[in-house]
Every structure is written in structure tokens, then in C-alpha cells.
Design a protein around this ligand. Structure first.
Ligand SMILES: [Zn+2]
Length: 206
């Protein structure tokens, strides 16, 4: 195993774990009951537990290239995503599913400009409807990149509603779907409003 990982593990054992020992014991014995499921990109720069300062047991996280939720009613090739959603909603009974896009997303870039590789190409094809909407607006370059990063979040939220067990709980008021966007350079977090627009969350509560 690379030395950096061993070093990191030892640091975790001697610092974070020591401080949170009781929490780990409670979670290990009593199981998890996170209220939030977070869907974010696999990108190494957007770690949701860092961004939301979350403790172990707080968030059930699904990460994939470009934080995509494919449709549940027409697509059967994404059992991993569907299984994570089903487990979070039906077994853990999370109250919120938050889909978070981000700045400079490589998956979004690949969707707009192409990429070598069969598997990534197959995966980001799920974004085609969103990409077509962006291109139809005549956007190019950085504008198209940013707009597709946002539109991808809107699309994934719509696709979540194509899963029966999710749509039902949303209608019953037992589950909230929320979109977000993280800007890496400034660490700004934007939340999606009812209108589909994204607004910045003030960094301070004052
Ligand atoms: Zn990304």
C-alpha cells in the first residue's frame, strides 16, 4: 500500500479516531441512521464530508463521475446507483437526498468535448438530454461547462423522481430532494431554489 495511505491511516487512528472513539463504538454497535444521502462527483477536490463538516454516521454518500442519477424507469444498466438509492430511502429512511455538482467537473468536460474511454463515454451519455438543452441555448466554452454542471444537477433531481419509491415519499412529504453546487476555488456553496436557479449560501450565519 502506498506510504501516504499508511501515514494517513496512522494519523487518523491517533487523532480523529481517538477524539471520536465513543461515536465509532455507538455507530459500530447500534448501526447507522443518517438523515441525509449525498450524491456527489468522485472528483478528489469535492469531498462532501469536508464541505459539510460531517461526522461519521451523518451522511450516506454515493459518488460517481459527474454526480449523475440515471433514470430509474427506463435504465437497467446502473444497478449500483439504484441499489444505493433504494437502500438509503427504504432501509435507512433518509429524509433528504442532496445532489451536488461542482466547478471544473471532468465528467462534464468529457460530455461537452469528448473523452477517450468506453466506460466514461457510456456513463456520461446519461447527460445527453441536459447537454442538448445547453447547446440549444447557443452556449460554448466556459459558459457551457458551468451551465451543464448546473443542468446536470437539475436533470439528476428530475431522474430521482423516476424511481417509484422516491416519488411516493416526496409526494407524501417524507423525503426532500435538493440540488447544490460547489465552487472549488472560492469554496462557495450554492443551493438550488424552487425555480431551478442556484443561490449562494452565506458562509456565516450572522
Ligand atoms: Zn466532477
Amino acid at each position: 500500500m502506498p506510504d501516504k495511505l499508511i501515514e494517513g491511516y496512522r494519523e487518523f487512528r491517533l487523532s480523529d479516531f481517538e477524539v471520536q472513539k465513543d461515536l465509532y463504538e455507538t455507530l459500530g454497535k447500534g448501526g447507522q441512521s443518517p438523515r441525509v444521502m449525498l450524491i456527489s462527483c468522485s472528483d478528489s477536490r469535492v469531498d462532501p464530508t469536508d464541505i459539510f463538516h460531517a461526522y461519521p454516521g451523518e451522511m450516506f454518500v454515493l459518488r460517481n463521475v459527474a454526480n449523475i442519477v440515471p433514470r430509474g424507469d427506463v435504465d437497467t444498466r446502473t444497478p449500483s446507483t439504484a441499489a444505493a438509492l433504494e437502500y438509503a430511502v427504504n432501509v435507512l429512511k433518509v429524509k433528504v437526498i442532496l445532489v451536488m455538482g461542482h466547478e471544473s467537473c471532468g465528467g462534464i468536460d468529457a460530455c461537452l468535448n469528448g473523452i477517450e474511454g468506453r466506460y466514461v463515454g457510456d456513463w456520461i451519455r446519461h447527460l445527453t438530454p441536459a447537454r442538448d438543452r445547453i447547446l440549444a441555448r447557443g452556449l460554448t466554452g466556459k459558459d457551457a461547462q458551468t451551465e451543464l454542471e448546473l443542468e446536470g444537477v437539475r436533470m439528476s433531481l428530475q431522474n430521482l423522481m423516476s424511481f417509484d419509491f422516491i416519488a411516493e415519499k416526496v409526494r407524501d412529504g417524507e423525503l426532500i430532494l435538493q440540488g447544490a453546487y460547489f465552487s472549488i476555488i472560492s469554496a462557495k456553496l450554492l443551493m438550488m431554489e424552487q425555480t431551478g436557479a442556484f443561490a449562494e449560501v452565506p458562509p456565516s450565519a450572522d
